[in-house]
Design a protein around this ligand. Structure first.
Ligand code: SF4
Length: 391
């Protein structure tokens, strides 16, 4: 069982029951990574017609064989049936959550049911506890994470998830946000957050061999200009110049190709403008997240630069920074949010002005109905086809 820790935990929020079983060895030998394990467990536990926002839909947290040990392998994987797409969704969530989960000796945490009142789940080596969270309900991710951060690594939803906005997501430690509507799945279960703190030291089964391979991987990192010079120095904004050079930046809701203001959002320009510090996930030498020292805000990744910048023909970096901050606080997927706004703008042949972004995102985050009764937070297809309701 080297690489795995041995426990699979089933938690039912309706009955408040916790069932710990030995992880099926055949299963983990067949599915070495957290994604494979999570998807296989979902396919065993869910049926095709399961309501993604119903209590039976499992929300599964897994770690993988190398989680917390190897470079770029610190994350957890969150898997469920997506209320946005109606299909299996699996999010590889960076940050410290996966490593902490592994340190509690849990390979998979499977949450079903619906809590009677807002709750969070606290995971420790000694057990899993459901904790009342009425005081956290209604709060956004930053405040919630601030309140819980002394207790471990936090996967938290914001107001968008509580309101079951279909493009809502979990946010890990206030930094890493995902896609696929898993925030709405948590909201439907009255689950505000999962907090995890482990004690077990993670060790490879063959430290000598692991050390040799790790050294080789680090050499490959050094030899890769994109990793060692690009991501390490600028984060994913390093992609802007490269994609611009290849004329591969989609603009105006994918109706155009290329942009006239790539230089304003390039990694070099951003680094020259702000005093930055590196933010690393555990055991990852890259530190691809960059924090603005003065404000503490994490810089937007390429996805937000694209979604609120190039996609909307918006060259105002400050408004993109603000849009990214709102998305991480409400727990909204920035790619989906920017895509909805871009699609609406194209249909109306309008340009969205930078100053309009904040109010549009607040409406999305609050699950508001706008313009003809649809909810833009339910995704471009549902909103624009006039349905606007959960399927
Ligand atoms: S620091 Fe960046 S590259 Fe490293 S694991 Fe975290 S998100 Fe991935």
């Amino acid at each position: 069982m080297a690489g795995w820790t041995g426990k699979t935990v089933y938690l039912d929020l309706s009955s408040e029951s916790v069932n710990v079983i030995k992880t099926d060895e055949k299963l983990i030998r067949s599915y070495l990574g957290g994604r494979g394990l999570g998807v296989k467990l979902l396919s065993r536990l869910a049926y095709p017609d399961i309501d993604p926002l119903g209590p039976e839909n499992p929300l599964i947290f897994t770690s993988g064989l190398l989680t917390g040990l190897a470079p770029m392998a610190s994350g957890a994987v969150l898997t469920s049936k997506s209320p946005l797409t109606g299909t299996i969704f699996s999010w590889n969530a960076s940050g410290g959550f996966g490593r902490e989960l592994k340190k509690t000796e849990i390979d998979a945490l499977i949450i079903t049911g619906k809590a009677k009142k807002p709750s969070y789940v606290e995971v420790r080596e000694g057990g899993v506890e459901i904790v009342p969270a009425e005081g956290l309900w209604g709060k956004n991710v930053r405040t919630c994470t601030e309140i819980l951060k002394s207790r471990g690594s936090i996967a938290c939803i914001g107001r968008a998830g509580e309101k079951q906005v279909l493009i809502s997501s979990f946010v890990i430690d206030s930094i890493h946000s995902g896609r696929g509507g898993l925030g709405a799945v948590a909201g439907s279960k009255m689950l505000k957050a999962v907090v995890v703190k482990g004690e077990k030291e993670l060790l490879p089964s063959n430290p000598e061999r692991f050390g040799e391979l790790n050294t080789k991987i680090l050499k490959l990192f050094d030899a890769s200009p994109m990793l060692s010079k690009g991501l390490q120095n600028y984060g994913t904004s390093a992609l802007v110049k490269l994609l611009d050079y290849m004329n591969l930046i989609p603009s105006r809701n994918f109706s155009g190709r290329g942009t006239s203001f790539a230089n304003l959002f390039s990694g070099e320009r951003i680094k020259a403008t702000f005093d930055l510090e590196k933010e690393s996930c555990p055991a990852c030498p890259l530190g691809c997240k960059k924090r603005i020292k003065k404000t503490g805000q994490i810089l937007p990744d390429y996805d937000s630069l694209w979604a609120f910048g190039f996609n909307l023909e918006n060259p105002e970096f400050a408004s993109v920074l603000n849009a990214d901050r709102i998305c991480k606080d409400y727990g909204i997927d920035p790619i989906s949010a920017g895509s909805i706004i871009g699609a609406c703008a194209e249909l109306k042949s309008e340009i969205i002005e930078a100053y309009e972004l904040e109010s549009l995102l607040l409406e999305i985050g609050e699950g508001s109905e706008i313009e003809g009764g649809g909810k833009p937070g339910n995704g471009a297809r549902k909103y624009l086809s006039g349905r606007g309701e959960k399927s």
